[in-house]
Design a protein around this ligand. Sequence first.
Ligand code: ADP
Length: 493
Amino acid sequence: MNKSLRWKFVFIMFLLIVLLMTVVCVFLIRGVQRFYTNEFFDQMTSTFNDKILASALREAAAAQEDSVGSLLGVLEALKGQLGIDTGTRNFYILEGATGRFLAGSVEDGSGLEITPNLLKAIVTGGNVLTGNAYASYMDVAVPLKGADGAVRYIIYIRDNKQTVQNLTRELVTLIIQAVVVGLVISAALSYILSKTLLAPIIGMTKAAEAIADGDFSRELAVESDDEIGILAATFNNMARQLKVTLEEIKKSEALRREFVANVSHELRTPLTSIRSYAETLTDYQDIPRDTEIDFLHVILNESDRMTKIVQDLLELSRFDAGNSKLVAEEFSLGQSVRDTHDAIALEAKKHGHTVTLESTDDLPTIVGDRARIEQVLINILTNAIKYTPDGGAISITGGQTDNKAWVRIKDNGIGIPAEDLPRVFDRFYRVDKARSRESGGTGLGLSIAREIITRHGGDILIESTPGEGTTVTVVLPVSGPAGKRQPGGEQWA
Ligand code: ADP
C-alpha cells in the first residue's frame, strides 16, 4: 500500500513539473517570437518613416543615372540601422512594376520570393510595414516613385527569422535541461516527502496489525498537530478504548462463567441432599416415623432454599435486563425503619439480641419504592442477626445530611475480614459459606440490596472489623433518583 502511494507521489510531482515547464516553454517561446517580430516591424517603421531618409531614398530613386547604384549606396549606409545580416536579414532593390531583382545585400538575390506583402506593395504602390508575427519569415516592402510619379523601385527587406529560431532552439534546450534537473530533484524530494508523510501511516498499519493480533502495547508517536498528528492521537485513543472494552468483555465473561458455576453449585447442593433423603425414604420401609418426619423436613427446607435462590436470581436477572420497575411514592423513611424493626424483632429476640432504634424521628419523607427499600433494610438487619453471636447488640440510627437521608445498622457480631469486604456485594460471595447456608443465606442479598439502592440514586456502604462488628449505611436522595422527583406511582427501570 505504502509503496504504491509513494510512487503516486513521485508520479504526481513528475507530471506537475512536466506540465509547468511545458506551459513556461510555450509562453517563453511565443513571447520571444513576439518581441523579435515587433522589434523588426518597429525598426522598419521608424527607419522608413524617417523624413530625411525617405527623401534620400526618393532622391536616389529619381536620379537619372545609376539610380540603382545610388539606392544601393543609401541602403548600404543604412545596413546597421536596418539590422542587415546577410545570413538572416537582407535588403533587395526590385523593379517597381514587376518585382524583378535589381540589386541587394546578396548579389544574386537569393532568398527572394514573391510574398503577400511584396505583392501588396506592387499592386497598391504604398508602404507595407506590418506583417504576421507568427509567420516563418518577416518582410516589409517600400515602393519608391520616379520623377514620372510611377513606382520605379521597391525596397524589400526580408528576415528569415533564423536568429529567433536559433534563440528558440537554445531556449528549448535550456528548458529541457531544466526539466531533467527539476525532475531528478522533484523525484528525490517527493520520495523523501512521501516517506515523511507515509511513515506515520506505515506505523499505524503496523500498530493495527499488532492490535489485530491482540498486542495493544504499541503507542504511535504524535509528532505534529496537523491532520496526521490528529490521526495518530485518535488512533492511540481508539486503541486504548478498544483495550479497555476488551478487558471489560473478558472480565464480564469471567464473571459470567463464575456466576454460572456458582448457580449450578448452589442449586446442586440442595438437590443432592433432597435426592439422598428421598432415596433413603424409598429404599428403607421400616424407618421410624420421627426420623421420617425429620427427613421430610430437610427435604422441605432444601426445596425452600432452592425456591429462595431461584427467586433471588430471577430478581437480579430482572434488574440486569432492566425489567424490574421501581414505583416512586412519597413515604416516611422513619416509619419504614420502625416497621422493619418490628418485623425482625421476633427473630432478634429468638437469638437474644437487643435491637435499639435511635433518632429515626429525624428521618425525612423521601421519594422512592417503599417496599424495595424496606426489603433492603430487612436484608441488612437479618444479616446483623445472622452474623452476630446470640445476645448481641444491634443499633439502628438515621438522619439527614443536606438532601440525603441515611440509615445506619450496626452490630457487634463476627465482622468481615478486610480482604473479603470489597467482595460482599458480589453475587454468591459469602465469607463463611457454612454459616450463611446454615442460616438460610444465598449470598445474593447484598447484591440485590446494592442494585435497589443504586437505582434510587443512593449508596450502600459497609465497614467492619472482625470480632468487633459490622456497620452498614444506606444513603438515599430525599427527592428520589434524578428525573423522578415527582411522586405519584411513576415507574422507572
Ligand atoms: P447471605 O445470604 O450469605 O447473607 P449477603 O449477600 O446478604 O448473603 O451477604 C454476603 C456475605 O457478607 C455474607 O455471606 C456474610 O459473609 C457477609 N456479611 C453480610 N452482613 C454481615 C454482617 N452484618 N456481619 C458479618 N458478615 C456479614
